[in-house]
Design a protein around this ligand. Structure first.
Ligand SMILES: [Zn+2]
Length: 227
């Protein structure tokens, strides 16, 4: 089973791919994790990636592709994988086509208005990076009802996992979010176009919290009869 998950920042790609991968017994491959793993192991590719990340720049496509090829050799990918945050560019998509054939693209759809509200409410643990969300969204947009529950820590502003303090990242402030959404749209459009008509898209409107949406996504994937 070879899946890709697309969606704007804040749509929950990470949450969904993390939850559905173990159910489908496939590996979740996220570029961020891949980079961190290589950096941690101090590999040649890791050193190269770190150089760009430390400058706040994107890791170049050729470095990403090399890491991805290495990642695919790991045994946890034997039943397949779900890619999160990848491919991000046309170059990556074309390179990916040479290596493997993606079967389904899960395309998460969320209106900007909801994304901005949701992302502004993200709180991250300063120690361990665990993420919470204080927004309790109940909204009707164009006749569609959005009920997105918060993910609150047990104790206000304190991480459940490690007791660390929670804070709002600069990246999660509304002005920055709007900019990130624009960047995403410009980047994603050509990649989505590249796959349109070639690979089936499973459009998922994220109208409820993960508890409900995960089941829906899994039900929809079943319909494709993938191995
Ligand atoms: Zn923590």
């Amino acid at each position: 089973m070879r899946l890709v998950i697309f969606g704007p920042p804040g749509s929950g790609k990470g949450t969904y791919s993390t939850r559905i991968a173990p159910v489908l017994k496939i590996a979740r491959i996220a570029t961020g994790d891949m980079f961190r793993e290589e950096v941690k192991n101090n590999t040649q590719l890791g050193k190269l990636a770190a150089m760009y990340m430390n400058k706040g720049e994107f890791v170049p496509d050729d470095v990403t592709m090399k890491m991805f090829k290495e990642r695919l050799k790991k045994p946890d990918t034997k039943n397949g994988f779900i890619l999160d945050g990848f491919p991000r560019t046309i170059f990556q998509a074309k390179e990916l086509d040479k290596i493997t054939k993606i079967e389904v693209i899960i395309n998460l759809i969320v209106p900007d208005e909801i994304l901005i509200e949701k992302m502004s409410a993200r709180r991250m643990c300063k120690n361990c990076g665990d993420i919470y969300n204080i927004a309790d969204i109940k909204k009707n947009i164009d006749g569609v009802e959005y009920l997105l529950p918060p993910m609150l820590p047990k104790k206000k502003n304190v991480c459940d996992k490690c007791g660390g303090p929670l804070y709002q990242r600069d990246d999660d402030k509304p002005e920055v979010i709007k900019e990130r959404l624009e960047v995403y749209k410009n980047q994603a459009a050509p990649v989505i176009e590249h796959y349109t008509g070639k690979i089936p898209f499973l459009d998922i409107h994220v109208t409820r919290g993960p508890e409900i949406m995960v089941g829906k996504i899994l039900d929809e994937i079943k319909k494709f009869n993938l191995k």
